[in-house]
Design a protein around this ligand. Structure first.
Ligand SMILES: [Zn+2]
Length: 303
């Protein structure tokens, strides 16, 4: 029985192999490994093997303007055209025009329809109490948490985090310690990756939503590509090493470009990477846009 861990990295595009692209210039061995020994750039050669796919996805979906997180993640996590539904790119939250289609078509809901119980699926992120209060007051759940809630996949809390049953949004917990709980115990990126794999081993499908690649691309919170990308590299390396990809499927993708072009603080129209390693990876070989990931994932897990 195949399990799947989907690591979502916000705001990671495939840009030119230029001295300004940190995905090209920084030594990122785990990124390279996942791309068949290449840097994550637009010039990289796609990998289309039975058990390993590395390819690029259109993130604009033919809509003018810069892709945004809300509508882009609706496309990625639900396979429905968020920008078209809303009439434009919108973010960071999914607009109300997409709420019902997201609930009905999300990867969680699609897997539920194929017989996977909500308890067998996980959104690995743990959220602080104040996030719940804020979201309930404003109804501005982000795409992954809105989709999980709609399908009965529980949102994890600080209590889950305390026992290693969830990861904070920044996976090492430094931001959680700084902003939420000074007593929170931080972990290394490697330990965080191992923790995520342990959680994924207990579920058929696990999604982890990492926003800080986009934060670094925007130059917010003191984060830069030089700080964040090596941490993500260590995290991904530990995940890849700890996962049994003979039996379980690892998927990594993004919603739009940003961090690959630090010279501007805005999103880019670059394609985004799609990586699949493990059984069913070949189902992703012909994926061409954000819309193709959720259907392929469901087929890989349940066909
Ligand atoms: Zn985004």
């Amino acid at each position: 029985m195949t399990r799947c861990l989907f690591v979502f990295l916000d705001g990671v595009g495939l840009g030119p192999a230029s001295p300004h692209n940190p995905l090209y210039t920084l030594p990122l061995p785990a990124f390279r490994d996942l791309a068949g020994g290449q840097a994550w750039t637009a010039e990289a050669t796609p990998v289309r093997q039975k058990r390993h796919v590395f390819t690029s996805l259109d993130a604009t979906l033919g809509m003018e303007g810069l892709p945004q997180s809300g509508t882009g993640q609706v496309a990625l996590f639900a396979g429905i055209d968020g920008p078209k539904l809303h009439g434009r790119h919108f973010g960071p939250y999914p607009p109300s025009t997409t709420h019902e289609p997201l609930a009905e078509n999300s990867v969680f809901e699609r897997l539920k329809r194929r017989g996977i119980a909500p308890e067998a699926m996980a959104l690995a992120n743990g959220y602080p109490e104040r996030y719940f209060k804020l979201m309930e007051a404003r109804n501005r759940w982000n795409t992954s948490s809105r989709a999980a809630r709609a399908s009965g996949v529980r949102l994890r809390t600080a209590a889950d985090l305390a026992i290693g049953e969830a990861l904070p949004a920044d996976f090492t917990g430094h931001a959680w310690q700084r902003h939420i709980d000074p007593d929170h115990v931080t972990v290394s990126p490697e330990a965080a990756g191992q923790r995520l794999v342990a959680l994924a081993k207990r579920h058929r499908f696990t999604l982890y939503d990492f926003p800080h690649t986009d934060t670094a691309g925007h130059g917010r919170d003191g984060l830069t590509p030089e700080i964040v990308l090596p941490m993500v590299d260590a995290f991904l390396g530990a995940i890849h090493a700890a996962m049994d990809t003979e039996h379980d499927l690892l998927v990594v993708s993004s919603d739009h470009g940003n961090i690959e072009r630090p010279t501007t603080k805005s999103h880019t129209t670059n394609p985004v990477p799609l990586i699949a390693v493990g059984p069913g990876a070949e189902r992703f070989a012909e994926a061409a846009s954000l819309l193709d990931v959720a259907p392929a994932l469901v087929e890989a897990l349940t066909a």
